[in-house]
Ligand binder design. Structure first.
Ligand code: PMP
Length: 375
């Protein structure tokens, strides 16, 4: 069987070159370093404090700066617990007494971050797109809305609804900007230099699940938490130990390094951004053409990573039947993972960095043909 087109929202498609490199690291080794006994063992069975792993780890951090554009003023950390753990770690570490945490609510993941913040302290939602089922990124309010805040939190790409910030907001004053970058990190230049604390589960653009990238401006490491924060949940603990306070996800970090090397060889952020722009434009052009597909996200807020749409029909039952038929035909044609999240309904094409341009061309052709024969 030929390999299906993988449109899964995450864990998601990875480049074939990354599978090959990773397989070599597991099976034969020789991790491009000095010829030690250890270098002939599988990466899966060596110490996280070995020189072989050290090289992989250090290179992954370097590439986070070089390829992703994470400023050198920030400490890069490889954590566990997913982005969901960050929803709690952010307020635990950054909330300050008498200063609310300010959030922009752009969908399910933003709402989950808000929920954790509310468990821990005073929380203010300063903008929301909830009233229109999160079909756009709301305008960023002026500084009066957040001047007194401990930090402002936004979600750069809303995986479920298919919206993203065109550029990350430039805050006025010195309130730190905290960003959940889980589903569009490394997809294009978007103002990452504005981020004081950023985080992302790796399992979309950067690698397998189980490793979480966080980067934090060094001055924030000395913020005194309001409450008691266990050592494992403090950024300062992990920063002081270069993410080796406890055993990290060594395999995940290896794959992350391989993905970042692949990104570098693919033209870096600018090269990847140009391809991503073309991929998304091809799909939105079809969705905007006024046939049986209706795009969910409004122009100006549209994600280049998760393209969401519903099917049009005379009534709900007709729409459900058409959606089912579309998804079945797509599956048969080799397109895996197109079913949308139940909160939007319809379909979602997750076209992360590793999803090839020819795959988008094939998908657009399939959708055109389905539309032609559907009625
Ligand atoms: N934030 C966003 C934007 C996401 O898309 C996801 C997962 N799909 C999460 C947070 C949660 O990530 P995790 O499963 O790594 O906790």
């Amino acid at each position: 069987m030929t390999r299906p087109y993988n449109l899964s929202a995450g864990p998601a498609i990875l480049p074939p070159a990354v599978f090959e490199r990773t397989a070599a690291s597991i099976l034969e080794i020789g991790e491009r370093g000095p010829d030690t006994l250890e270098s002939h063992l599988s990466i899966l069975e060596i110490s996280h404090r070995s020189s072989t792993f050290d090289r992989i780890h250090d290179r992954a951090i370097e590439l986070c700066h070089d390829v992703l554009g994470i400023p050198r003023t920030h400490k890069v950390l490889f954590l566990q617990g997913g982005a969901s753990m960050q929803f709690a770690m952010v307020p635990m570490n950054l909330a300050q007494a008498g200063k609310p945490a300010a959030y922009v609510d752009t969908g399910v993941w933003a709402a989950k971050a808000i929920k954790e913040s509310k468990l821990l302290g005073e929380t203010r939602t300063i903008a929301s797109s909830a009233a229109s089922n999160h079909d756009h990124i709301p305008a960023m309010p002026g500084p009066d809305a957040y001047r007194d805040a401990s930090y402002v939190h936004v979600t750069s790409n809303n995986t479920i609804f298919g919206t993203e910030w065109e550029q990350l907001p430039a805050l006025e004053g010195d309130v730190p900007l905290v960003v959940d970058l889980s589903s569009n990190i490394g997809s294009r230049p978007m103002g990452i230099e504005r981020v004081a604390l950023g985080y992302a589960g790796a399992q979309k653009n950067l690698g397998p699940s189980g490793v979480t990238i966080a980067f934090i401006r060094e001055d924030l490491l000395t913020r005194d938490p309001v409450g008691v924060v266990p050592s494992m949940l403090r950024y300062a603990t992990h920063a002081a130990e270069n993410s080796l306070y406890n055993t990290p996800n060594t395999f995940g970090i290896l794959v992350l390094r391989n993905v970042l090397e692949w990104m570098q060889e693919s033209g870096g952020l600018d090269g990847i951004a140009a391809i991503n722009a073309r991929k998304a434009a091809a799909l939105y052009e079809l969705l905007d053409a006024g046939g049986i597909y209706r795009p969910h996200a409004r122009p100006g807020s549209r994600s280049r990573m998760n393209v969401t749409w519903t099917m049009t029909a005379a009534d709900d039952a007709g729409r459900d039947a058409l959606t089912k038929r579309f998804l079945k035909a797509a599956e048969e044609a080799g397109f895996s993972g197109l079913k949308g999240h139940r909160l939007v309904g319809g379909c979602r094409a997750s076209i992360y960095n590793a999803f090839p341009e020819h795959g988008v061309t094939a998908l657009v052709e399939f959708m055109r043909e389905f539309q032609r024969t559907a009625g």
